[in-house]
Design a protein around this ligand. Structure first.
Ligand SMILES: NC(=O)c1ccc[n+]([C@@H]2O[C@H](COP(=O)([O-])OP(=O)(O)OC[C@H]3O[C@@H](n4cnc5c(N)ncnc54)[C@H](O)[C@@H]3O)[C@@H](O)[C@H]2O)c1
Length: 262
């Protein structure tokens, strides 16, 4: 196994919500490679099992669990599963999120609530459950919230509810970081730009050709000249989870290939 130095996660136990695919899977994959044991929690239980199968055999162990973060019981259940499987909880990644493209003029209260229940309320109550466990352990820990560049600047029409939820993720991260700092719990956020994931392809009714054309157009707006991939986020998550980031809390790390510079 390679020596990861201060970036290593050997002996650490982690939960990744929405870890069955996309960015969450990219994070789980790098965590396991860096030595962490990981619970993949996902509303899609079959996909979580499949992801866990793919990740078996690494330095870290992996288990799958069906969990819907819009249910406030999900956080405590995921924490319990991690402790039962691996003995403690050291890292909790709030990655699960949805991004339906619906202009506000066509938005229903039900869909608005759904976006909030998953992206913001779900994230907050998972963070609460994770911090409660870390305080009980007396070990401190790391909570990483997946925000978005839309926490800072709107990307496109149709994401008003999403952008409001992700703006909330940023301020929740900062306030909760303040609250739990005395316990040695560090709370940070990552703001991905355009990352090519399963969800991104799913969120439109376009043909694959039209989708490809839009993706190519989006990539032209990115100073580094390409869309991101889940691994771009996975590597930054390893950094924030590791001892290399032991003096960082309440921060938002933008990982967007320079998109916000334009
Ligand atoms: N892809 C991007 O360009 C991009 C950009 C900025 C931020 N993000 C954020 O990154 C995160 C992951 O996005 P992605 O593109 O990988 O999405 P994705 O749709 O490819 O994967 C999301 C995963 O989360 C799971 N999930 C959805 N709702 C859930 C729930 N209620 N409880 C538990 N799991 C649930 C899905 O089953 C899926 O496995 C989201 O929070 C998203 O807002 C993505």
């Amino acid at each position: 196994m390679p020596d990861w130095g201060p970036f290593g996660l050997t002996g650490k136990n982690a939960v990744v919500t929405g870890g069955a695919m996309g960015i969450g899977f990219g994070i789980a994959r790098r965590f396991i490679e860096a030595g962490a044991n990981v619970v993949i929690g996902d509303v899609n239980g079959n996909a979580a099992e499949e992801a866990a199968r793919k990740l078996q055999g690494g330095p870290g162990k992996v288990v799958a669990m069906t969990a819907d973060v819009s249910d406030v019981g999900a956080g405590p259940a995921l924490v319990e599963r991690c402790v039962a499987a691996f003995g403690s909880l050291d890292i909790f990644v709030n990655n699960a999120g949805i991004y339906p493209m619906v202009p506000m003029l066509e938005m229903t209260p039900e869909l608005f609530d759904r976006v909030y229940q998953i992206n913001l309320r779900g994230l907050a109550f998972c963070a609460k459950a994770a911090a409660a466990r870390m305080i009980a352990q007396g070990t401190g820990g790391k909570i990483i919230n997946i925000a978005s560049i839309d926490s800072l600047h709107p990307s496109m029409v149709g994401l008003a509810a999403y952008d409001a939820s992700k703006g909330g993720v940023l301020m929740f991260t900062k306030n909760f970081a303040l609250e739990v700092a005395p316990h040695g719990i560090l709370v940070n956020a990552i703001a991905p730009g355009g990352i090519a994931t399963e969800g991104g392809m799913r969120s439109s009714d376009l043909t694959p050709e039209a989708q490809q054309q839009i993706t190519a157009e989006f990539a032209r707006q990115i100073p580094l000249g390409r869309m991101g991939v889940p691994d771009d986020i996975g590597k930054v998550a390893v950094f924030l989870a590791s001892s290399a980031a032991d003096y960082i809390t309440g921060a938002l790390i933008v990982v967007d290939g320079g998109r916000l510079l334009k």
